[in-house]
Design a protein around this ligand. Structure first.
Ligand SMILES: Cc1cc2nc3c(=O)[nH]c(=O)nc-3n(C[C@H](O)[C@H](O)[C@H](O)COP(=O)(O)O)c2cc1C
Length: 222
């Protein structure tokens, strides 16, 4: 009997010691998925002209998708960066030792995101020069990250999106398969040239936009 008690003691003592090795004593040390910081996504407004509707569309989209788990969206307005036509002496792919303050500021902003939503209109069957210029300023800052293109125009902005997709792959961004394209209609506009009711007018596109956002999430979080 005494021998049996000794064995029992040994079993619990040694077992207890090993259980400490296998399972950490303090469960709070293990990072849970809930503790993970959400991925930062920049929603870049591609048009810069006064009276653009790009900002309205971007704000509406941001409001609709801001509760996507694991992603945190922030509006990025190119107007705030006042980028002149590219005036760095060396291509960004060659050197990121930038000369100008506006480039350093833009670089810092772009670096702070893990993914991007590009809101771009169609101008004369292509993307606006403003967004191409903003892309060309940088290189490494874009590399390997995820991107979603949402275009708009009276023809839906598809040509703009398709062309811009090629630009993104040149700077090694990974675009989503789904590229929502919003068709504008004359009657959507008020007398000031703004969309009267984006929520109502673009409601039919929300399913596609949310699907594309999930693809973006998948590209970033796996
Ligand atoms: C210079 C210019 C060219 C345009 N060309 C096209 C076009 O080729 N296809 C199209 O669908 N819409 C075209 N549009 C209409 C724009 O898509 C529409 O005006 C839209 O509101 C522009 O976006 P923004 O307001 O954010 O600048 C053009 C607009 C501008 C200003």
């Amino acid at each position: 009997m005494r021998k049996f008690i000794n064995y029992l003691f040994l079993f619990f003592f040694v077992g207890g010691a090993f259980s400490n090795v296998i399972a950490p004593s303090n469960a709070a040390d293990i990072p849970s998925p809930k503790d993970k910081k959400p991925a930062e996504i920049g929603v870049i407004i591609g048009s810069t002209r006064p009276n653009r509707i790009g900002k309205q569309i971007a704000e509406w989209i941001l409001n609709e998708v801001c509760n996507t788990p694991g992603l945190k969206f922030r509006l990025v307005d190119l107007v705030d960066f006042s980028l002149p036509l590219l005036n760095e002496p060396f291509p960004a792919a060659q050197s990121d030792n930038y000369t100008h303050e506006h480039t350093k500021k833009w670089s810092k902003e772009v670096q702070s995101y893990q993914g991007y939503v590009f809101i771009i209109p169609e101008y004369n069957s292509g993307y606006p020069a403003s967004i191409k210029n903003a892309i060309d300023y940088l290189f490494k800052e874009w590399n390997g990250k995820a991107a979603l293109i949402i275009s708009y125009g009276f023809q839906g902005g598809k040509k703009s999106a398709e062309q811009f997709n090629q630009i993104l792959t040149a700077v090694k961004l990974h675009p989503t398969q789904t590229m929502p394209a919003l068709t504008l209609k004359k009657e959507m506009f008020d007398e000031k040239g703004q969309i009267k009711s984006p929520g109502q007018d673009f409601a039919q596109y929300m399913h596609g936009i949310k699907k594309a956002v999930q693809e973006l999430r998948g590209l970033i979080l796996g």
